[in-house]
Design a binder for this molecule. Structure first.
Ligand code: ATP
Ligand code: MG
Ligand code: MG
Length: 355
């Protein structure tokens, strides 16, 4: 049986394991802190479910394996400075930016990037952590410990946020899911809608961008490209070289989920353009206890990650999928009273964008 070792043992690793079963691929998710090191055969594959990892005996062991995929590009993408340089080198539109070096001054950064600038730590940021807004009219200064450890980005007055999930196999074939519309609040993904007829016109532009990145990196597996839509053009916000939260809807809404697609590519099984079925919506469950009543709502799949509940922490997600949009809307109506009040705004946003 083909064996795939996954660096990282969070919910993404668990969902890769779930997807592996029908492929008869054995997936083992490995926490970076685990002390017992597995014996990995030369023909086994090693992939990742996280962008950053601490330097531990386990992560060193995994990175040394001959089957460790995408080594160079993983290291580049893990550092926003190198990621942005890579996008610039490839001529891919991205938010204008500059490096925040040890000598950086707010004044010169505003001169270059405008009044409102978003500082992002080069490493380790996720769910909007590791961000700092620098407002010229408030006279904000760059915090000392961000000097030499961050990039600065121009504030993009985007219309909306879209992401594209794509996969590439080792022969260079690429496949893509339809663009996904995403709602973020406080830097964290709240909900996704896909497919969406009105953004179909942007699909080929998005595929050309991500296709170029995948090819340039000789990448194998699933990669997500988060974009801002400004008018009719897309601008890359960031890349995630792994399965991605905005692709969770594919578990319900595509014949091959992003998790299975990743494993197919990694384990040298055929990939194919995923047929998409019906309308999908994904609602993230953030920082709240599970309500088992969610499980009674028609047209839903409920994922609960079994993590401790903490404010702002992703602890589960609910996929809604149905051939009829009216049934998706009915599911949202059923869920509304079963979710905390702050989800009212999220459900309203989804309804507003459901065609
Ligand atoms: P993730 O959990 O997706 O990895 P992250 O912490 O890596 O998040 P980003 O994706 O870079 O952070 O930013 C989070 C959100 O902040 C974006 O989805 C967007 O809503 C907002 N944002 C990021 N960059 C900009 C920008 N240049 N202008 C305006 N808003 C931005
Ligand atoms: Mg990120
Ligand atoms: Mg992001």
């Amino acid at each position: 049986m083909a064996k795939v070792w996954v660096l990282g043992a969070g919910q993404l690793g668990a969902m890769l394991q779930q997807a592996a079963y029908p492929l008869a691929v054995e997936v083992t998710a490995l926490p970076p802190e685990q002390e017992a090191l597995p014996e990995i055969a030369p023909q086994d594959w090693v992939t990742v479910e996280r962008e950053q990892w601490p330097d531990t005996p386990m992560t060193r062991h995994l990175a040394e394996q001959p089957g460790f995929l995408n080594r160079d590009v993983l290291y580049r993408i893990a550092d926003r400075l190198y990621q942005k340089q890579m996008l610039d080198e490839l001529g891919i539109a991205t938010a204008p930016w500059c490096n925040v070096d040890e000598q950086a001054h707010a004044e010169s950064i505003h001169q270059q990037l405008g009044e409102d600038v978003l500082l992002k730590r080069r490493q380790g940021g996720y769910d909007g952590k590791g961000q700092f807004w620098l407002y010229q009219d408030q006279g904000d200064e760059i915090p000392g410990d961000w000097l030499g450890a961050a990039i600065a980005e121009k504030k993009i007055p985007f219309t909306e946020e879209l992401s594209l999930i794509g996969a590439r196999d080792s022969q260079g074939n690429t496949v893509f899911y339809p663009l996904t519309l995403n709602l973020h609040r406080n830097g964290i993904l709240m909900a996704s809608v896909a497919p969406l007829g009105r953004v179909a016109a942007l699909q080929s532009q998005a595929e050309a961008m991500l296709g170029k990145i995948l090819d340039a990196a000789n990448y194998v597996g699933v990669m997500a490209m988060e974009c801002f839509r400004v008018g009719d053009t897309l601008m890359v916000n960031e890349l995630a070289p792994r399965v991605h939260n905005s692709g969770h809807w594919t578990q319900a809404g595509a014949c091959v989920s992003q998790f299975e697609m990743h494993l197919r590519a990694v384990a040298q099984l055929p990939i194919k353009a995923p047929e998409v079925r019906g309308q999908s919506v994904m609602i993230n469950v953030i920082g709240i206890e599970r309500n088992t009543q969610w499980m009674t709502v028609p047209a839903t799949q409920c994922y609960w990650y079994g993590k401790d509940v903490r404010p702002g922490r992703k602890v589960g997600h609910i996929n809604i999928n149905h051939p009829e949009k009216s049934a998706v809307k009915a599911a949202l109506a059923d869920l509304r009273p079963l979710l905390p009040e702050n989800y009212g705004e999220v459900i309203d946003w989804v309804l507003e964008h459901l065609p």
